[in-house]
Write a protein that binds this ligand. Structure first.
Ligand SMILES: N[C@@H](CCC(=O)N[C@@H](CS)C(=O)NCC(=O)O)C(=O)O
Length: 219
């Protein structure tokens, strides 16, 4: 039985974090594609008044905001745990998740990833080079800080992946497709190795843009 419904679009990094969490948990789910441009129209705005994706539906319970969804899934599907038991490690996980939302997505991925990947692929438009150049100083700060927090560890909050790794990896996966990736990771090769580690996981192989587009087509 499919317990979980994920309303999202193929290619959404936040949507991918939800799907990857469900795969990590071994849960069955249904992908419910939001039509192109339909995120700001009914029926989607009744699910998400801010017109974003993803939205999780579980037994009639509706939840948006990816961090809330990931934490909810970790509570209702406790095995394997994706939140460290140790308070300091859990604090680090929460910190990295907030860096993702406040600094990595806002002003970095929603500019560079949008102009380099989304605009050309979905809209057939050329990237705005000036906007990308303007986002680079902030991008360097974010990459340097994520690299510092990761240090020599395998994952951000211990020796196993947590919700932080699952939230950040789709965002960096997007940026890895851009020419900005090489200068951004020049001083932070640990982030590039970490991304390879994350992308090798079955949960990330199962949730690439192409794989989710297939799910959307079959829905
Ligand atoms: N704070 C939201 C952000 C979600 C978000 O911005 N999603 C993007 C796709 S990755 C989106 O819906 N963009 C559509 C738009 O802005 O029109 C969350 O954590 O779920």
């Amino acid at each position: 039985m499919t317990d979980f419904i994920v309303h999202s679009v193929a290619g959404s990094p936040y949507g991918r974090a939800v799907l990857a969490t469900l795969v990590e948990k071994g849960a069955s789910y249904r992908f419910a594609p939001v039509a192109p441009g339909g995120n700001r129209q009914e029926p989607h705005v009744s699910r998400h008044p801010f017109g974003r994706v993803p939205v999780l539906e579980h037994d009639g319970y509706m939840l948006y905001e990816t961090q809330a969804i990931l934490r909810y899934l970790d509570r209702v599907l406790p095995d394997p745990a994706l939140t460290p038991a140790d308070p300091k490690a859990a604090g680090r996980m929460d910190q990295v998740m907030n860096i993702c939302d406040w600094y990595l997505f806002q002003g970095v991925n929603n500019v560079i990833g949008f102009h380099r990947v989304v605009r050309p692929r979905l809209m057939g438009l050329a990237p705005d080079e000036a906007a990308i150049a303007e986002a680079m100083p902030k991008a360097h700060v974010v990459f340097n800080e994520l690299s510092r927090l990761l240090g020599g560890g395998s994952y951000f909050a211990g020796d196993k992946p947590t919700l932080a790794d699952i939230l950040v990896a789709p965002q960096l996966g997007f940026l890895a497709e851009t020419p900005e990736w090489a200068p951004l990771t020049e001083a932070s090769p640990n982030l590039a190795s970490w991304l390879h580690r994350m992308e090798a996981r079955p949960s990330f192989k199962a949730t690439t843009w192409e794989r989710v587009a297939e799910l959307a087509k079959a829905a």
